[in-house]
Design a protein around this ligand. Structure first.
Ligand code: AMP
Ligand code: MG
Length: 495
């Protein structure tokens, strides 16, 4: 059943049913003269809202912050976190408002405005988000989803002429995000740092009941134990986070700000800021110009994720009181990540099964791409051309073509050992190596058009990025190497 109006949605408020210290109830500060720049029918379908509801005055009023979601309790949540490895203390939704939770045909989704004004957790911030960063978040959420990577979703992008001061004066926007939960690792750290085990337990029980009910089941043959669900929770978050890191690494995605307050308890990609899909590959690529130490470089993402999981495990220790049990769970990370990454690499390389001696083949490709600063996405995508007998397009990506050619020989010899027909192998590779990714310069062009009130580029990108492996005639420029000006784009924490 689909709803034609927002009033027809079934709204729950499970987060608002938590004790008062978890959040502050308050209204957003609406944008002045808001305009709906874009709405996402795919996300709307998840909550059972039909297309006809997307352009209505009611829709604009709710998602510009002027009216509450009918039946929803609007609030900003508190959390804490480690930022760039340093304990930052209390943070929280400084510019986001949770509108409520919708029970849709495809599960339960919390709806959250981002850029909707100041809250008690705004610290020095103005509570706003600029158009530029809002377009980037809107596009990236859907691009990740198109790649099959767990992520929060984006429902609507509302803009206004309200000025916002950043390095220059920009204009304000609000993105409506959707997620089954916006709880972060930092939500747990908040209560353990304050030495409030009762609140920590309330949060952990909420997350388990809401998102991880299977964690209540004792493992087969073991007696029920009141601490086991919290260990099981850490195990499942560890598994999902390790898988997520394999996903990110496999598509050359850099998050940019992997602080513990940006780590989803559901293992979703969360809080798109200065992220980047790599163009030219560097193992130690840093996408965030504010990250001068390179803490969150591409090759460090998996180990940072584990570091962040240690902070979560440290918080759960207050409930579990068993270091060995928690450490045993965290020790599973490396194996899960490595297996998951090898599985993705296996498919990308067109191999029937991963063998331990494939590791040098993969490492040497990455080393070669790094040394030649070869385009990440096209280096993978053009492997299938080589399998079809057209080697030049791949070799052209490398300054050292003989080295690229020699590596290709090794891959083709390895594939030949599988005995599968090359055409079939090439087709399977094209199904996992995307052609279209949200390169910085593509996002930038969509932003420039959006500033003129034109959402056409957003629309085009969403169409391509929803099926990123499927080549579409006429859209070659979206799959091409970036133009020279792309290297001068700087993305920073300013948003
Ligand atoms: P981020 O690194 O963007 O995830 O943000 C870290 C913290 O700063 C979170 O608590 C945000 O809510 C807060 N924050 C970021 N930008 C602003 C802003 N313009 N106004 C208020 N709070 C902000
Ligand atoms: Mg954040």
């Amino acid at each position: 059943m689909t709803a034609h109006t927002l009033d027809e949605l079934r709204v729950l408020n499970t987060y608002a049913a938590l004790p008062a210290p978890f959040y502050t109830r308050l209204s957003p500060q609406p944008l002045n003269a808001p305009r709906l720049l874009h709405a996402n029918p795919e996300a709307a379908a998840l909550i059972g809202l039909d297309r006809g509801a997307l352009g209505t005055p009611e829709f604009l009023a709710v998602f510009s912050g002027a009216q509450p979601l009918p039946g929803g309790d609007t609030l900003a949540a508190v959390y804490s976190g480690h930022q760039f490895g340093i304990w930052a203390g209390q943070l929280g939704d400084g510019r986001a408002h949770l509108l409520g939770e919708v029970a849709g045909p495809q599960g339960r989704w919390e709806l959250q405005l981002k850029g909707s004004g100041m809250t008690p957790y705004s610290r020095m911030g103005d509570g706003r988000a600029v158009l530029r960063s809002s377009v980037r978040e809107y596009l990236a959420s859907e691009a990740m989803h198109g790649l099959g990577i767990p992520t929060t979703r984006a429902l609507a992008l509302v803009v206004s002429d309200d000025p916002v001061m950043r390095e220059t004066v920009e204009t304000a926007a609000i993105v409506t995000r959707m997620s089954p939960s916006f709880v972060r690792f930092g939500s747990f750290e908040h209560w353990s740092a304050r030495r409030q085990p009762d609140m920590l337990r309330t949060l952990a029980d909420y997350v388990i009941d809401h998102d991880y009910p299977e964690c209540r089941m004792p493992p087969a043959g073991e007696p029920a134990d009141d601490k086991a669900p919290y260990v099981a929770l850490l195990r499942e978050v560890t598994r999902r986070t390790a898988e997520l890191m394999a996903d990110w690494q496999a598509v050359g995605f850099c998050h940019g700000v992997m602080n513990t307050d940006n780590m989803s308890i559901l293992g979703l990609t969360l809080d798109y800021g200065p992220y980047g899909f790599m163009d030219g590959f560097r193992l130690d690529h840093v996408c965030n110009h504010s990250d001068s130490e390179g803490r969150y470089s591409w090759n460090r993402q998996p180990s940072v994720a584990l570091w962040n999981l240690y902070r979560l495990g440290g918080s759960l220790h207050m409930l579990v009181q068993d270091v060995d049990a928690l450490r045993a769970v965290l020790d599973e990370f490396e194996g899960i990540f490595t297996r998951a990454f090898h599985e993705r690499a296996r498919a990308k390389l067109g191999l029937a099964a991963w063998r331990p001696d494939d590791e040098p083949l993969l490492d040497d490709l990455l080393r070669l791409m790094h040394a030649n600063h070869a385009d990440f996405t096209l280096s993978w995508r053009r492997l299938s051309d080589a399998v079809r007998g057209e080697r030049q397009a791949f070799e052209d990506l490398f300054i050292d073509r003989p080295a690229a050619g020699a590596w290709l020989d090794r891959l083709l010899a390895r594939q030949a050992g599988d005995g599968r027909p090359p055409a079939e192998v090439a087709q399977a590779m094209d199904a996992v190596n995307p052609l279209y990714v949200l390169r910085n310069h593509l996002a930038e062009e969509a932003i420039q058009a959006a500033k003129r009130g034109d959402a056409g580029e957003i629309d085009t990108l969403l169409t391509l990025l929803r099926a990123p492996c499927q080549a579409r005639p006429g859209y070659e420029k979206y799959a091409a190497l970036p133009p020279d000006w792309a290297s001068s784009i700087e993305v920073s924490c300013s948003s």
